[in-house]
Design a protein around this ligand. Structure first.
Ligand code: GH3
Ligand code: MG
Ligand code: MG
Ligand code: MG
Length: 298
């Protein structure tokens, strides 16, 4: 496996011999990170976001239970899988470890083969969870975020903008005369055209907090937190110019001989709900369509 694709395992144990034995065991297959106490474990976990942590329970400063509690309390590390590896080998210790949220519990002295097998098993689960997460949030055709992802983030960003009093801009992008495009060029060509529009969106939406999502069919939505109307409109105009530069022929369009879109945008006004902001952008899109398409209204 390519080293850049290796999964990362953090070993946190105050005993140097344990650390070394585990590290030697895991190194051939995984990228290994080490921590010699609880504080270091938290710091390394936050900095490197490992796929899995092998966490000793008894450590002098923060014990494993406390480390796990703090990992779960920080959204950046909350989802990291943890396997306790502990000298406490009573059934109630094991049960307690699982109850507080560890994926597994290995008693010391451990058997190397069993440790490897359990680590591999839990890393497989991590992979599957990532895949599910991806499938749940990414649109398969365009690779953009999907409607579900947009809905989640829109609500969160709207609340954040309200609380912080920061601007929030929203744009709806709808491909012009796309039904005719499909009728004229065929559905597979329509799919390629949609991918092209999605690429424009990805390349023009630059800030990490911005989101370009496929809202449905041939409609995209751009969510731009901390963005006033003018820079937000600029993003949409960037998309329009990029698509124009591609000059994808659309002989059946009523708007232009090439593929175009219309867009409507709005920026959150005082006291406006998320639904009202969305409706405002939609009303602008309607205006853009009725003014002849191939334009942006804000
Ligand atoms: P307008 O300019 O008013 O937006 O007209 P329009 O033809 O784009 O709008 P309409 O809503 O009538 O048609 C949208 C079309 O988009 C119809 C549908 O078949 C097509 N479409 C939606 N999703 C996909 C897709 O995933 N692939 C392809 N190829 N076409 C799609
Ligand atoms: Mg210990
Ligand atoms: Mg539409
Ligand atoms: Mg359309």
């Amino acid at each position: 496996m390519n080293p850049v694709e290796m999964q990362k395992v953090l070993i946190a144990d105050d005993d140097p011999v344990n650390r070394q034995v585990l590290a030697e065991l895991l190194k051939p297959e995984y990228t290994v990170l080490l921590a010699k106490n609880g504080e270091q474990a938290l710091e390394r976990a936050a900095r490197h976001t490992p796929d899995l942590i092998l966490l000793d329970v008894m450590m002098p400063d923060l014990d494993g239970f406390e480390v796990l509690r703090r990992l779960r309390a920080d959204p950046a590390t909350a989802a990291i899988a943890v396997i306790f590896i502990s000298g406490l080998d009573r059934p109630e210790d094991e049960a307690n470890g699982l109850k507080v949220g560890a994926a597994d519990y290995i008693a010391k002295p451990f058997n190397a083969t069993v440790v490897m097998a359990r680590v591999a098993l839990h890393l497989q689960v991590v992979r599957q969870q990532r895949l599910l997460e991806h499938l749940a949030h990414v649109d398969a055709l365009t690779g953009l975020a999907n409607r579900r992802r947009f809905d989640e983030l829109y609500e969160a960003e709207w609340q954040r903008a309200r609380r912080a009093g920061s601007p929030l801009s929203l744009a709806l992008v709808d491909v012009d005369c796309f039904k005719q495009y499909n009728d004229h060029y065929g559905h597979p060509a329509g799919d390629r055209a949609l991918r092209a529009v999605a690429r424009m969106a990805s390349s023009c939406v630059r800030r990490p907090a911005d989101l370009a999502a496929r809202y449905g069919g041939e409609e995209l939505v751009l969510l731009m937190p901390d963005t006033e109307a003018a820079p937000a409109e600029h993003v949409v105009q960037c998309m329009r110019a990029s698509l124009a530069a591609q000059a994808i022929a659309h002989a059946a369009s009523a708007a232009a001989p090439v593929l175009t879109f219309s867009a409507g945008g709005a920026t959150l006004a005082e006291g406006e709900t998320a639904a009202e902001l969305f409706a405002a952008a939609d009303a602008q899109l309607y205006r853009a369509k009725h003014a002849g398409r191939n334009r942006v209204e804000w």
